[in-house]
Design a protein around this ligand. Structure first.
Ligand code: PHE
Length: 341
């Protein structure tokens, strides 16, 4: 019996040490210490022993039980600790891994240019006004002294919204001259940026939608000298203090006299190059003295007040400033392009 008990002790301690998980440990415990376990089976044979042997074997059996029980206990603690460690390891957050950034956008280059231009005019005392893109032909044409047979009114050039040609997508921001004078009266000094629409085919310099900035100044005693002085100052703010300008006679129905303003090509200095298409000059805006008929139509007496107006293309300004060669890049919203600004 002694050998049996010793064998149980050895085997049980080995099995306990080998148990790799708490479920396995529990089955080891049951196998050796359980009611139907090996130790119990041995103890059942105690009756066969002599009275002298009985207490000795009883003592040994208790020792074996105690040894196995404490081994089970400490192994259970070990396994619990190991399980916890593994759990912690599996759930670890590596705080040194760089985070995943969501891509941040930024202002579109064209709006960067627009904000700069607004700033220039605000500093000169201009107000900023905005108006509708869906406009009445009365404002887009008639009140701007543009007669019924003017080519700009053709269906082939303009997006009309009704059969009677009464409403349209404005072809220019000039209707804002009328709206500004009708709503705010004179004297007035304002700019009005916004989208305009024309039935143009898309190419490197044309788009059926583009942006203009309209300007209007009306007061007593405004002359062509004010127009030239102000526009020269603005152009030199935008293109640099040494920019050479040229005021070239032109025609617009709503200004008289009218002009177009060119800047000497900043790339070639006037010699002619691809940027200025060999001209040496780049057209930047249209302008003129507000036509007396336009003033009168807005209830302003042209014998008392005079003024000038101008309109410039925003895309062209942005293209010049950022050296963008193709207008389409401005509208495509390809981030590989936009990221460069
Ligand atoms: N509206 C004109 C155009 O689109 C530009 C312009 C504005 C000319 C104001 C004179 C005065 O071409």
């Amino acid at each position: 019996m002694k050998e049996q008990l010793e064998a149980i002790r050895t085997q049980a301690l080995e099995a306990v040490a080998a148990a790799a998980a708490s479920a396995e440990l529990e089955s080891v415990r049951v196998r050796y210490l359980g009611k139907k376990g090996e130790l119990t089976a041995v103890l059942k044979q105690m009756g066969k022993l002599s009275p002298e042997e009985r207490p000795v074997m009883g003592q040994l059996a208790n020792d074996v039980r105690a040894a196995v029980e404490s081994a089970v206990e400490s192994r259970a603690a070990e396994l619990a600790e190991k399980a916890m460690e593994e759990k912690l390891k599996a759930e670890t957050v590596d705080i040194t891994i760089p985070g995943r950034r969501s891509p941040m956008g930024h202002k579109h280059p064209m709006y960067t240019v627009l904000d700069e231009i607004k700033e220039i005019f605000i500093n000169m005392g201009f107000e900023i006004m905005e108006g509708p893109e869906i406009e009445q032909s009365a404002y887009n044409f008639t009140k701007l002294n543009t007669p019924d047979d003017h080519p700009a009114r053709e269906w082939s050039d303009t997006f009309y919204l009704d059969e009677e040609s009464r409403t349209l997508l404005r072809t220019q921001t000039s209707p804002m001259q009328i709206r500004a004078m009708e709503e705010h009266g004179v004297p007035i000094r304002m700019i009005s940026p916004g989208r305009v629409y024309r039935k143009d085919e898309v190419d490197a310099t044309h788009s059926p939608m583009f942006h203009q900035i309209e300007g209007l100044v009306v007061d007593k005693g405004i002359t062509m000298a004010d127009l030239k002085g102000t526009l020269n100052a603005v152009i030199r703010e935008i293109y640099g203090p040494d920019t050479v300008t040229r005021f070239r006679p032109h025609h617009f129905p709503f200004t008289e006299p009218s002009c177009e303003v060119d800047i000497q090509c900043h790339k070639c200095g006037g010699a002619g190059c691809p940027t200025c298409k060999g001209e040496g000059w780049i057209e930047v805006l249209g302008a003129g003295m507000v036509h007396p008929k336009v003033l009168r139509g807005c209830g302003v007496d042209p014998d008392v007040y005079s003024g000038y107006a101008f309109g410039m293309g925003l895309e062209r300004l942005a293209m010049g400033q950022f050296k963008i060669s193709d207008l389409r890049l401005i509208f495509e919203n390809d981030t590989r392009f936009l990221e460069q600004f």
